[in-house]
Design a protein around this ligand. Structure first.
Ligand SMILES: Cc1cc2nc3c(=O)[nH]c(=O)nc-3n(C[C@H](O)[C@H](O)[C@H](O)COP(=O)(O)OP(=O)(O)OC[C@H]3O[C@@H](n4cnc5c(N)ncnc54)[C@H](O)[C@@H]3O)c2cc1C
Length: 427
C-alpha cells in the first residue's frame, strides 16, 4: 500500500514507523522544517544549547514511547534520566516513593510523608484503596476536584493539584477525574518503575525527531503543508491507497470538513489549554534536585522548575513550567512574575535573569469531564492519529504514540504497541 502520513509529531512518527515495518510504502508530509511537532527544540543564540518548546516529562508507564525510541535506535536508559517519583518543594522533601512493588511503595511513601498529618495520610490511602477497588473508574462527568473532595487540603495542594496540572494541563476543578484515574492507575499500579519520572537528557530535537528523520530518509517531506485531501485518496493531487492524518486537531478538522463533516466538527470543537515555559539564567546556581515542585498562586505562575544543567542542558539555565496558563496568557507579565517567584522561593548563587519565554497557546486539549473526543477511524482508509483522538490518556507523548499505533493498526498493519488494550477504547 502507498500510505500518506500527514504530520510528523510523535503520533505521525509512531504511525509511519509501524506502517513502514508492515511493508507500506510511506510518505510523511510535515509542514515544519523539522519533525517533532509540539515536542521540538527551538534554536537559541548559542547553537550548542537549543531551547525546548516546553520541558517534557515522561514516566515509566510510557511503554509505547520507550518502545518507539528503541525501534529508532535510541537507548532510553541514556537519553532519559530515570528518577523515582518524588515531588520535593523548596526546603521540603515532599512525597517520595521508595523502590519496591508499586502498592507497597505508594503506601510507604504516603505514610512516611512528614509534612502531612497522620489523618491526611490515612485519608489518601483510604481514597486510593477505594479507587483501586473500583478499578480506577468513575462517572465520566466527575471532575478531579470532586473526586478528591474528601482529601485533606495539604494532600490536594501538594499532590493532587500538581499531578493533575502536570498530567492533564487542566486545573483540578475543570479536569476529567476519569482520565486522571487512568494516569494514576498506569503510573502507580502499572508494574515496577511505572511511576518513575523520565527526564530528557537531550534536546527534544535529538530525543526522537532527529533519529526519526534519519530513519525515514527520503520518505520524509519537510516544509510540505498538505492543503487538500480528496476522496480515495488524493493528497494535494497525489494518489495514495490510504492516509493517516497525524496533524493537529485544528488542521485535521480543516482537511476533513468536506470529506467527513461530523468527524471534522468533533475535532474542531476541542478547546485548548496553553503552557508557558520561562527560561531563567543564573550562572553557578544549582537546584537540590533536577526538578522541584513549586506552589503556584495569583503572583506565582510556575508549578515546576527544572535545572537544565543537571539534565545535560545549558549550565545555569532553569526551565519554569506554567501549565494551565490561560490566565497568564490573558493577563501578561508572566516572565516578570516567574522571576519574582524564583527570587522569593529559591536560593541563587547569582541573581537570576529572564532568558526566554516560550508560549504554546494550543499546548494540549482541555481535558474536561465527559469530553467527546473524535475517534481514530474517519473513513475506510482514512485514520486520525494525534494526542486528541479517543483514548484513555490526556494530551501526552504516550497518548500521541498510542494513537499513531492505533491508526497504523486500523490501516491493517497489526501494530498493537507494547501496552495492553486498544487506545481507541475509553478507560
Ligand atoms: C509546552 C508543552 C509541554 C508539554 N509537556 C509534556 C510533558 O511533559 N509530557 C508529555 O507527555 N506531553 C507533554 N506535552 C504534550 C505533547 O507535546 C503532545 O501531546 C505531543 O507532542 C502531541 O503529538 P502529536 O503528534 O499528536 O501532535 P503534534 O506534535 O502537534 O504534531 C502534529 C504535526 O503535524 C504538523 N502539521 C499540521 N498541519 C499539517 C499539514 N497540513 N500538513 C503537514 N503537516 C502538518 C505539525 O507541524 C506538527 O508537526 C507538552 C506540550 C507542550 C506544548
Amino acid at each position: 500500500m502507498r500510505t500518506a502520513v500527514i504530520g510528523g509529531g510523535w503520533a505521525g512518527i509512531a504511525a509511519a514507523v509501524a506502517l513502514a515495518d508492515a511493508g507500506h510504502d510511506i510518505t510523511v508530509f510535515e509542514m515544519a522544517p523539522q519533525l517533532g511537532g509540539r515536542a521540538r527544540s527551538v534554536a537559541g543564540q548559542d547553537a550548542a544549547w537549543p531551547y525546548d518548546n516546553g520541558q517534557h516529562i515522561l514516566i515509566g508507564a510510557y511503554r509505547d514511547s520507550l518502545a518507539l525510541m528503541r525501534r529508532l535506535g535510541i537507548a532510553p536508559e541514556q537519553a532519559l534520566a530515570r528518577l523515582p517519583l518524588a515531588l520535593p518543594y523548596p526546603g521540603e522533601p515532599g512525597l517520595r516513593l521508595p523502590p519496591g512493588p508499586p502498592l507497597i511503595s505508594f503506601t510507604r511513601g504516603v505514610l512516611s510523608h512528614r509534612g502531612w498529618p497522620l489523618s491526611a495520610r490515612l485519608g489518601l490511602l483510604s481514597a486510593a484503596t477505594g479507587w483501586l477497588a473500583r478499578g480506577f473508574r468513575c462517572a465520566p462527568g466527575l471532575s478531579v476536584a470532586e473526586l478528591c473532595v474528601g482529601l485533606a487540603a495539604a494532600v490536594k495542594r501538594d499532590l493532587v493539584e500538581p499531578l493533575c496540572i502536570a498530567a492533564l494541563n487542566t486545573p483540578a476543578a475543570e479536569a476529567s477525574a476519569q482520565v486522571f484515574l487512568r494516569v494514576l492507575k498506569d503510573a502507580l499500579f502499572g508494574g515496577a518503575g511505572s511511576a518513575d519520572l523520565l527526564l530528557p537528557r537531550q534536546p527534544l530535537s535529538e530525543l526522537l525527531a532527529g533519529p526519526a528523520a534519519a530513519w525515514l530518509g527520503p520518505r520524509l517531506r519537510l516544509g510540505c503543508r498538505v492543503r487538500e485531501i480528496a476522496p480515495s485518496w488524493r493528497v494535494d493531487g497525489e494518489t495514495f491507497d490510504g492516509v493517516v492524518l497525524a496533524c493537529t486537531s485544528v488542521e485535521a478538522a480543516r482537511l476533513t470538513a468536506d470529506l467527513a463533516p461530523d468527524w471534522s466538527a468533533a475535532a474542531g470543537a476541542l478547546d485548548f489549554e496553553p503552557i508557558i515555559t520561562v527560561y531563567l539564567n543564573s550562572p553557578g546556581s544549582r537546584l537540590p534536585t533536577p526538578m522541584l515542585a513549586l506552589r503556584d498562586g495569583p503572583d506565582a505562575p510556575a508549578q515546576f522548575v527544572f535545572d537544565q544543567g543537571q539534565l545535560g542542558g545549558a549550565p545555569g539555565r532553569f526551565a519554569f513550567v506554567v501549565s494551565g496558563a490561560a490566565p497568564w496568557v490573558e493577563r501578561g507579565g508572566c516572565a516578570e512574575a516567574v522571576l519574582a517567584q524564583a527570587r522569593r522561593e529559591l536560593a541563587w548563587t547569582t541573581p537570576p535573569t529572564v532568558d526566554r519565554l516560550l508560549a504554546e497557546k494550543r499546548a494540549t486539549f482541555a481535558c474536561t469531564p465527559g469530553l467527546a473526543r473524535p475517534p481514530a477511524r474517519i473513513a475506510p482508509g482514512l485514520f486520525a492519529a494525534g494526542d486528541y483522538v479517543q483514548g484513555p490518556y490526556p494530551a501526552t507523548l504516550e497518548g500521541a504514540v498510542r494513537a499513531g499505533l492505533a491508526a497504523a493498526q486500523g490501516m491493517g498493519t497489526g501494530a498493537k504497541g507494547a501496552a495492553s488494550g486498544s487506545p481507541t477504547k475509553t478507560p
